[in-house]
Write a protein that binds this ligand. Structure first.
Ligand code: ARG
Length: 590
């Protein structure tokens, strides 16, 4: 279904052409002065220069050609040459009724759908998740849903970190604690136990200890590196421990992501790319893409236009060990082989930007991807505390994701219990949904690249630009609808939404019609915050409308009653679709 700006632009273009001007000047936009008009066209100003005429003259001519247009209530030329447009209420109502009937509210999908791999989440095995991983998961999940909504084949890959020194550190620490474990008996050749020798909480306790210890103890770090190397090269006992770490971590991570309403099509790991490394290195060498520098194998990726120093991309360290960069390049090889994607998106903290810039240059230069494969990095900013510094726990430690989630849900729980009578269990369920919305909306309503301040009080407020406010609007509509249907009333199939009966109603209707504009913008800019902006406005317009309008009333004619019910149902459906794109859900009550 065409957008209103497109439909009105077509008419304006015709009018420009009719009056002897190039039709391109007829482009219409949403008004930036909503107090004056709903839509505007500034084409007469540009045309004036070309046709050497006063802009107001051109505007007046065009306006005169559109006086009988049924979509338009009034159209006027304003000095120095603006064209201000208000739509007719009949047209607005007809448009909204079509939105109601069409799938996805008539939103037109991507004309050339792409296969997109989206690499987000990126947790590391044996290490607790922190806030950075949370942002990646929240933003990635929403972007993936937007891509899918627009008709693309989007494949999310959690891309677990399971191949680096942290593995060696954990194993070295285990060895220090329990040297007698069978995994460390070099002469053992039997089957290792299927049960892991640690739980997830033990595992998460081991890593920080090991990491801290390695900083004071160089010999321990060396040992961890040696173990990493041996593990990567097939040491049986270390590999068995590493497999245990994978299992224990993945089970735990699946639960965490489930609670976050985040899900991945692929649970690939860094280690999955390792089988591709040998051939890739061979390919890079034999095609002279790689060179030896201080014993290491590197690919030069700097370009003449660079204004800053871009170091070569390292493929193998001088001791032959692989690194993060090797794994990422081999993962590209793997993805091309298994999926042949048109587009790959990576979502991490923006501090990794240079790594990805060099990775992409390397992949393109060495022709490991096709020239037209779109490789894209989306870097996000930091979640800060109110002091403007990265959010920390009270004792100054790195905040763990579960604790953050608990903090938010506890606060929502407190608020829910404060104003309402609800049994404990229901309140807990409500708090977990509303808490997640508070956290996600607080994050997604900002441009991803920007830092933002985590403000518990504001994020969990039921008023203002917050997740809970959006959910509150949905719940409120639901309760009105329940009230209506509970009386045994029904809406007949041939009912329609009628032209607006008041200013607030018209405002609400205009906002509804802008759904597709908003989705297309969110898609083009890869910007979930556009959705947040839109639903906040929609919820706000609904609220004014609700305040002024008797939705269920004996005074309403049957037709008018049906129209109102259909309208608020549509608002609810749009809100639900939007929060699904942001990946949170609404409770039944709150
Ligand atoms: N595991 C990494 C980290 O914690 C993020 C991985 C991002 N994805 C990638 N393909 N490099 O920083």
């Amino acid at each position: 279904m065409k957008k209103i700006v497109e439909l009105i632009s077509e008419d304006l273009k015709q009018a420009f052409a009719l009056k002897g001007y190039d039709e391109k000047y007829g482009a219409v936009t949403v008004s930036n002065r909503p107090d004056l008009c709903q839509y505007q066209c500034n084409g007469a100003m540009a045309a004036a220069k070309v046709y050497k005429k006063a802009p107001i003259m051109i505007a007046q001519e065009v306006v005169s050609a559109l006086q009988e247009n049924s979509k338009i209530k009034n159209i006027v030329a304003i000095m120095p040459g603006f064209i201000n447009i208000n739509l007719s209420d009949e047209f607005l109502a007809t448009y909204i009724n079509s939105m109601r009937e069409e799938k996805d509210f008539g939103c037109e999908k991507e004309a050339a759908p792409k296969k997109v791999i989206i690499d987000y989440g990126g947790p590391n095995i044996a290490k607790p998740l922190h806030v950075g991983h949370m942002r990646s998961a929240i933003i990635g999940e929403s972007l993936k849903r937007i891509l899918k909504f627009m008709g693309n084949d989007a494949i999310g890959d959690v891309h677990l970190g399971d191949w680096g020194t942290p593995m060696g550190l954990v194993i070295a620490e285990l060895k220090r604690r329990k040297p007698d474990m069978i995994y460390f008996d070099e002469s053992f050749s039997g089957e290792y136990p299927t049960e892991a020798p640690f739980t997830i909480s033990e595992l998460e306790d081991i890593y920080p200890t090991a990491s801290a210890y390695s900083k004071e103890n160089p010999a321990f770090l060396e040992e961890a590196k040696r173990i990493t190397y041996l593990m990567q090269n097939g040491h049986r006992g270390y590999m068995a421990l590493w497999k245990h770490m994978q299992e224990v971590s993945v089970t735990d991570l699946k639960k965490i992501y489930d609670n976050l309403n985040v899900s991945f099509e692929l649970w690939k790991m860094e280690s999955d790319a390792q089988p591709y490394v040998t051939d890739m290195v061979e390919y890079l060498k034999s095609n002279n893409y790689a060179r030896i520098s201080d014993g290491a194998l590197v690919v030069d990726v700097k370009e003449e236009t660079d204004t800053k120093e871009i170091p070569p991309f390292m493929i193998l360290k001088s001791d032959g060990a692989t690194l993060y960069s090797t794994t990422d390049l081999a993962t590209i090889v793997e993805r091309v082989k298994l999926f042949d994607p048109d587009h790959m998106i990576y979502i991490t903290d923006k501090r990794q930007e240079l790594h990805f810039e060099r990775l992409f240059r390397c992949a393109k230069k060495t022709k490991l991807v096709k020239e037209d494969t779109n490789l894209q990095f989306i870097g996000f900013g930091t979640m800060n505390g109110k002091d403007g510094k990265p959010f920390k726990t009270r004792d100054g430690g790195v905040l763990r994701l579960e604790h953050l989630i608990k903090m938010v849900t506890d606060e929502v729980y407190r608020k829910v219990m404060e104003n309402r009578s609800m049994d404990e269990e229901e309140a807990r369920q409500v708090a977990s949904k509303v808490g997640l919305a508070a956290l996600k909306y607080g994050d997604l309503s900002n441009q991803a690249a920007k830092d933002y301040v985590f403000d518990l009080e504001r994020f969990t407020s039921f008023e203002g630009n917050t997740g809970p406010y959006i959910l509150y609007t949905i719940v409120r509509i639901k309760s009105i609808l329940d009230k209506f249907y509970d009386t045994g009333k029904a809406i007949s199939n041939d009912s329609d939404i009628l032209p607006a009966a008041s200013g607030v109603e018209r405002e609400l209707m205009l906002q509804i019609t802008r759904f597709s504009d908003m989705i297309h913008l969110a898609y083009e800019e890869q910007a979930p915050h556009r959705i947040c902006q839109y639903i906040y406005d929609l919820a706000d317009k609904f609220s004014s409308f609700y305040h002024d309008t008797k939705i269920i009333s004996e005074e309403n004619s049957e037709e008018r009653q049906a129209s109102l019910i259909l309208m608020i149902t549509l608002v609810q459906d749009i809100l639900l679709t939007c929060i699904d794109l942001l990946a949170f859900e609404a409770p039944d009550r709150m």
